[in-house]
Ligand binder design. Structure first.
Ligand SMILES: C[S@@+](CC[C@H](N)C(=O)[O-])C[C@H]1O[C@@H](n2cnc3c(N)ncnc32)[C@H](O)[C@@H]1O
Length: 353
């Protein structure tokens, strides 16, 4: 925990470190009014921060250069996380809601499959909308609408899906604040880029990425974040080939990215049930957290699980080989007298002639 955090009396959790038990959405102790009060307090801190002022002027600067982005109609936020428990998520919520006010945007839509019922209730009390279900990031922008997408520290697959769904000239109507594309790509092997971030890779060619300098008092809330936009001039002949080449709908297996099928695991009869209370989801999330590597940090233990699995496999294979060698070549211990006699072709006195 950083020194600065101690100045604040708020209970602090880094979202990715929330223990599995916190994901059971047992929010019976959470008082929505209390959370709203904290949001208002944090919003004042965010609004007066240098980080916020710089980010706002970066966005406005792009809007001034790109005429078609002058009036943003909607903000869509995916992957905010548990803002009732987690300071990072709550601060990001304040950031985006302050942008809504300063950019005079009509509405913000939120979606995160881990939102609890109380969190959805709080968002609605704040006059924001919650998109039901799980679009997996594939929110299709209506023609004629200008949208700002906010994907704070989200799995790369979410950004990849968002690009896939809007691949083509629609992109020129979109601003995107997310993990910087360049950072996402650097931290991936070529094979992983192809599987999980194929469209981020393709988009890098024409995306203008403007880093949002991370000057906020807490350094792990807005780190690695950039504003991306797709200048209108790119929608020229030169790129026609690229638009045809978006490929089939991506499929992923990284558990950090929550798929709609994972949602369905425990929706069952009651659509209000939370996916995180499913034992299957609990198990997957716990295992994943235990072995998680991140895009953002150089993780020395990254290969550790793989190494352990390889070692165990080698041990089991070796055990089997030893067994085979033993059966084939080793002596069977001391032979009986009749076996020895048989071996050399003798007969024992009581053997039939
Ligand atoms: C690393 S956490 C980031 C949380 C928070 N924004 C932060 O910066 O600490 C990734 C978030 O992405 C969300 N997420 C995963 N799959 C998603 C999906 N299909 N749609 C929307 N959000 C998703 C997770 O629930 C989680 O809240």
């Amino acid at each position: 925990m950083g020194k600065n955090r101690k100045k604040f009396s708020q209970k602090y959790y880094k979202c990715s470190e929330l223990p599995a038990s916190d994901l059971q959405d047992d929010d019976s102790e959470i008082n929505p009014e209390d959370i709203i009060r904290r949001i208002n307090d944090t919003k004042a801190d965010v609004k007066s921060s240098q980080f916020y002022r710089d980010s706002l002027s970066t966005i406005v600067g792009v809007q001034e250069r790109e005429n078609q982005l002058r009036k943003i109609d909607k903000i869509i936020c995916f992957g905010l996380g548990h803002f009732s428990q987690c300071v990072s998520s709550r601060t990001q919520l304040c950031f985006i809601s302050q942008l809504k006010e300063d950019l005079s945007v009509d509405e913000i839509l939120f979606q995160d499959p881990i939102f609890s019922l109380i969190e959805k209730e709080i968002l609605e009390k704040l006059r924001f909308s919650v998109i039901p279900g799980n679009l997996e990031g594939k929110f299709i922008v209506n023609p004629g609408e200008i949208c700002l997408f906010y994907l704070p520290h989200c799995p790369k697959q979410l950004t990849n899906n968002f690009l896939w769904a809007n691949w083509g000239p629609t992109l020129s109507k979109i601003l995107l604040i997310s993990n910087a594309f360049s950072g996402v790509l650097i931290s991936q092997s070529k094979a992983s880029q192809e599987i999980n971030a194929g469209l981020i890779l393709k988009a890098e060619e024409f995306t203008e990425e403007i880093p949002l300098k991370n000057s906020y008092i807490f350094t792990d809330i807005f780190n690695d974040t950039a504003l991306h936009h797709f200048p209108e001039k790119i929608f020229k002949e030169k790129f026609l080939r690229l638009w045809k080449d978006k490929g089939p709908e991506p499929i992923y297996s990284d558990p950090e990215f929550i798929t709609s099928s994972l949602n369905r695991l425990n929706i069952g009869e009651n659509v209000n049930e939370k996916i995180s209370s499913s034992p299957v989801v609990q198990y997957i999330l716990t295992e994943f957290r235990k072995n998680k590597t991140t895009d953002e940090t150089l993780c020395k233990a990254k290969e550790e699980l793989h190494f352990m699995a390889e070692t165990y496999l080698c041990y089991l294979q070796s055990q089997r080989k030893v067994q085979l060698i033993r059966t084939q070549y080793s002596g069977r211990g001391e032979r009986t007298i009749s076996d020895t006699a048989n071996l050399v072709g003798f007969k024992l006195p009581h053997d039939p002639k």
